[in-house]
Design a protein. Structure first.
Length: 104
């Protein structure tokens, strides 16, 4: 009985003290950008300011036309960037072009 109780306590204690998974996807922006460019051939496609929790952050989407991969990155004012999404098969939406003239 004691061994079982000790094992359960140990497992819960390790889970409670483990760092959150999200913390593993955050680092200095320069480090993440270098990794995206060198390892995944991704380039900045677009971005913008995002207001959340009384502060502004920068949201960027990095893509690779070679591999089709993409990464969504959010950078806080302190220079720490977090990867919030990654994926494959990135595509660009083509705007619908309306020809000039009188419709027939």
């Amino acid at each position: 009985m004691f061994k079982r109780l000790f094992g359960i306590s140990l497992a819960f204690g390790m889970a409670a003290t483990a760092p959150p998974a999200l913390a593993q996807t955050c680092a200095q922006r320069d480090h993440i950008i270098t990794k995206l460019q060198d390892s995944y051939s991704e380039e900045l496609a677009f971005g913008g300011l995002q207001k959340s929790r009384n502060t502004q952050s920068v949201m960027e989407v990095w893509t690779s036309k070679e591999t089709g991969s993409y990464t969504v990155l959010v950078t806080q004012p302190n220079g720490i960037s977090c990867i919030v999404a990654v994926g494959t098969d990135f595509f660009e939406a083509v705007p619908k072009i309306t020809p000039d003239g009188i419709p027939s």
